[in-house]
Design a protein around this ligand. Sequence first.
Ligand SMILES: Cc1cc2nc3c(=O)[nH]c(=O)nc-3n(C[C@H](O)[C@H](O)[C@H](O)COP(=O)(O)OP(=O)(O)OC[C@H]3O[C@@H](n4cnc5c(N)ncnc54)[C@H](O)[C@@H]3O)c2cc1C
Length: 477
Amino acid sequence: MLIVGGGVSGLSAAWKLANSAVDDFLVLEMESEAGGNSRAGQSPLVAYPWGAHYLPLPGPEAVHVRELLAELGVLQGEPAAQKPSYDERYLCATPQERIYRNGLWDEGLLPQRGIDIAERAEQKRFHARMDELKRARGRDGRRLFAIPMALSSRDPEWLALDRISFAQWLTDNGFTAPTVRWLANYACRDDYGTASDQVSAWAGLHYFACRNGEAANASSDTVLTAPEGNAWLARGLAKKAGERVVTGALVGRIEEGKSSVAVDVLFGEKTVRIEARQLIWAAPAFVLPRVWPAIPGELKAAALAGDYAPWLTANLHLADLPEERHGAPAAWDNVFYDSPGLGYVSATHQLIRRRLSGTVLTYYRALHDVASAEGRRLLMETPREAWAEGILAELERVHPDIRKLTTRLDVFRNGHAMRRPVPGSLFHGQREKMANFESPRIALAHADLSGFSLFEEAQYRGVLAAQRLLARLRTSG
Ligand SMILES: Cc1cc2nc3c(=O)[nH]c(=O)nc-3n(C[C@H](O)[C@H](O)[C@H](O)COP(=O)(O)OP(=O)(O)OC[C@H]3O[C@@H](n4cnc5c(N)ncnc54)[C@H](O)[C@@H]3O)c2cc1C
């Protein structure tokens, strides 16, 4: 059996197979390292993320996430407990986040300084409405917004929200205060690489209303993180597959036959053909029509229908902790209110007990303000030096000595980073065709099947594909 793609979804499929005592599989990953968007870098000082960097506390529906965390010893005790305890090294140390606005750092994500009573009241009303939606159920008895998203209610009244944008929903519901609109837009840029007027209202509400995890030893909004971002989760998944994860293996062609799938794999300059009984495609959906000439027409249309957000990330290696402006102290996630970038996370924030001679800051920017093809062109054509200069200028506003302290600045251009949950794409378009696709020898995984990219979604799609494959193996003897 072959799994194509060694991101979280492919590694989750491998994890599920290995945990079900199946070991005749290989994971083929084209890069020199597995992990996909959850990969990390390593400096002499500390590891740091290149993409995904946190996991919210998993709620009761996220059973596979909880199972993995228990296996890794991070969730302690009974995985199904309402409020499990978590290893404190992975619970984000306080302060978790702060926001820079009008020349000052403020605690948390929602600005509080210089806000009038009416705006404060609207902030409160927004949070109260999201709390209501967290608990609300559709006519089928399911939670309106669950994670994994496939477990959410199918009540048509709520699925209809997929047809309008999140910005429209905010307007329709009387949310007009600048800071509330900003928070909603920030959430969409952060999780979907897309502005709130381009995001399905269902997806926007899902961000705020799906998470219901709790912990015995932390507040419910605490996230799980590590210096290397989510690479610890990817590595935890990969451990079970061991040497069956093969890197530097680019799948260039697949052909489904009656009794096997023929797969052409490029190792360096050499192409090797592998015949497999079953194949799980855990690479991005848009690549599939390029490698599978005989792909069924409906699936091809669905795979190509998606719009992908381009992202820029950068890692800045600093010789010392940077100078601070006024306001709230340094946090793990340091967010900018009014800037092209979202802000940065600090790789050394979790290492509170160690005295370190520097740090690594990971800067994030989704190119949400241009069409995605234009964003990709900008990513490609803008020289590294121009990106670096722009990032330093942005960070200089909050840390005046950043240029002096930066010893190295690496930029990562990710052209097709994640599928965008644009209006209509989740429940009124092509996504469900991919999620429900069945063929005798090929199963699909990848977060693209959920329509947006999160650890929980990628893991769920990988596990589901492995379960489908296991069921086929059982029936075929
Ligand atoms: C900047 C950024 C920040 C993020 N932050 C978070 C976060 O904090 N928390 C969170 O939960 N999620 C975050 N995400 C979402 C992240 O994408 C998911 O958590 C998850 O890592 C996606 O896994 P995946 O397997 O679905 O996809 P991918 O990570 O896209 O994995 C697909 C893999 O397939 C490989 N591949 C592609 N084509 C081929 C081929 N032809 N042959 C062989 N291999 C191939 C790729 O190299 C890749 O390794 C972030 C994403 C980005 C881009």
